[in-house]
Design a protein around this ligand. Structure first.
Ligand SMILES: *Cc1c(COP(=O)(O)O)cnc(C)c1O
Length: 230
């Protein structure tokens, strides 16, 4: 284990954001794509609200959190001060957290089973709030990970499309740690294309440039911006 670095200060976060944005633009250009075709989701999980505030001050508006409870504690005050803030929930979601997730999030990236689709739909009707949705695919068939199995993806996507319409924006995956992510990214890109879904959320601090080469439209970058997590 590498020891976590001390939390970076605001100037350091701003500098890291600039560097990541430049690398995203370079990777997009190298892939023959417009830099604006890639959205940076800054993953602030485990980091204090002050770190998010520093990123907001540096012009970052899109954030990712993986726990509903943590997001609920951190984000409402920040959102009040920054109406353009967009919050993505990117962690496996328990059905009993669906309602709070719908109230909090602008995007839920981890729709991965019929019962969760039911719970989200019920919550959206009750609260008249319709966050965008991505379907997470467990491309590496890892038992401990959330995500629908590859074999079930086509039928689940079809069902969710007819149920949620354009609110279903695309697909997301987290390839197995330490494996070459390319086959996972390529598979997800082909699946999104086959279903005519515009958004592909893939790539993290260690592999976002590879993901962009494979067609990622959203990259989720945490530690390269906010420092290692303890
Ligand atoms: C934590 C997390 C990230 C960011 O990971 P880093 O390696 O810190 O960039 C991206 N996606 C998901 C789903 C995560 O849980």
């Amino acid at each position: 284990m590498i020891a976590p670095d001390p939390d970076p200060d605001a100037a350091e976060i701003a500098g890291r954001l600039r560097a990541i944005r430049a690398r995203i633009a370079a990777a997009a250009t190298a892939a023959g794509r417009a830099p604006e075709s890639v959205t940076l989701v800054a993953v602030s999980k485990t980091k204090p609200a002050a770190a998010v505030a520093a990123a907001l001050a540096a012009g970052q508006t899109v954030f990712g959190e993986n726990r509903v409870q943590e997001a609920a504690e951190k984000f409402p005050p920040l959102r009040a001060a920054h109406p353009d803030l967009r919050l993505h929930l990117i962690g496996g979601l328990q059905t009993n957290k669906a309602r709070e997730a719908v109230r909090l999030a602008d995007v839920i990236e981890t729709l991965d089973r019929p019962r969760l689709a039911d719970a989200l739909e019920a919550a959206m009707e009750r609260d008249a709030r319709r966050p965008d949705l991505l379907i997470e695919v467990n491309t590496g068939a890892e038992p401990q990970k959330s995500g629908i199995p590859r074999a079930d993806a086509d039928s689940f996507i079809d069902v969710c499309k007819s149920r949620f319409g354009a609110q279903l924006r695309g697909l997301m995956c987290v390839p197995p740690h330490g494996e070459d992510p390319r086959p996972h990214f390529t598979w997800l890109a082909a699946c999104a294309r086959a279903h005519d879904l515009p958004v592909l959320s893939m790539g993290m601090s260690a592999d976002f440039e590879i993901a962009i080469a494979c067609g990622a439209t959203w990259v989720r970058v945490g530690s390269a911006i906010f420092g290692a997590r303890g």
